[in-house]
Design a protein around this ligand. Structure first.
Ligand code: NJP
Length: 227
């Protein structure tokens, strides 16, 4: 059984992606919260799937390379991310660095750990969870939006770099998804995408015929939010 590594798999979109991909792959579930990851792994195993949990911080380069560099994975989903949405004049240097180090550096560290094996085997998928905020600007989003613009630039450059050796790269750009992201804002969330919707998008991408590469996916709620 080939393996799929999913970061940010302890909850939200990453958990839904891990659960969906478990229908075909052994899952390597990565996030910081060991206990939540164990729950995800037990749930997958209870449904007949295979899953192992690796608790680490994707922004810790040494931890990522020592835990992940020896793994043979066919699919990596870089989903771990955070959003600190606030005016730039009030953002601390620590908040800026944290967001950049998880959303951008972490994506590079994890990809760098598993990409050489994919290139050697001449097959693999790198699926990066970006955001429509990687195309659109919004008030309070200077840092978050900058990291997600960077995710698109990284993903599309990498896609051009490795597609000829059989490694496919996709950036998925969701709009609003009903998760705890950004503090789980109160109010009616029924108009939003669900984590399972995004997981279905990932499933579709990794199930393309070998000749086809879906390089970019924009997903948004079908209806706009109303007060
Ligand atoms: O967020 P949330 P989502 N190292 O907060 C993990 C993008 N997105 O599922 O470490 C390793 O429920 C954290 O686990 P833990 C968004 O930018 C979302 O909504 O245990 N893992 C948890 O599993 C992000 O890239 C929306 O705390 C780390 C997960 O990340 C992705 O979707 C819209 C970590 C976050 O779960 C998943 O977000 C959009 C670290 N240092 C894009 N830090 C949306 N929800 O509306 C965090 O366009 N994690």
């Amino acid at each position: 059984m080939s393996a799929a590594l999913v970061t940010g798999a302890s909850r939200g979109i990453g958990r839904a992606i891990a659960e969906r991909l478990a229908e075909r792959y052994e899952i390597i579930a990565v996030a910081r919260s060991a206990r939540a990851l164990e729950e995800v792994a037990h749930g997958i195993q209870a449904r007949g799937g295979r899953c192992r949990a690796i608790a680490l911080d994707v922004s810790d380069h040494a931890a990522v390379s020592s835990a992940l560099a020896s793994l043979d994975v066919d699919v990596v989903v870089n989903n771990a991310g955070l959003g600190i949405i606030k005016p730039t004049a009030e953002m601390s240097v620590e908040e800026w660095r944290k967001q950049v180090s998880v959303n951008l550096d972490g994506m590079f560290y994890v990809t760098r750990a598993v990409l050489p094996g994919m290139i050697e085997r001449k097959r693999g998928y790198v699926v990066n969870i970006g955001s429509l905020a990687g195309r659109n600007a919004f008030v309070g989003g200077a840092c978050y939006s900058a990291t997600k613009h960077a995710v698109i630039g990284f993903s599309e450059s990498l896609m051009l770099e490795v597609r000829d050796v059989g490694v496919r790269v996709t950036v998925i750009m969701p709009g609003s998804v009903d998760t705890e992201f950004g503090g789980h804002p109160a109010g009616n969330a029924s108009w939003k995408l669900t984590p399972a919707d995004v997981a279905d998008g990932v499933w579709h991408v990794v199930n393309q015929p070998e000749r086809a590469l879906v390089s970019r996916v924009e997903m948004r709620p079908a209806r706009v939010a109303r007060a």
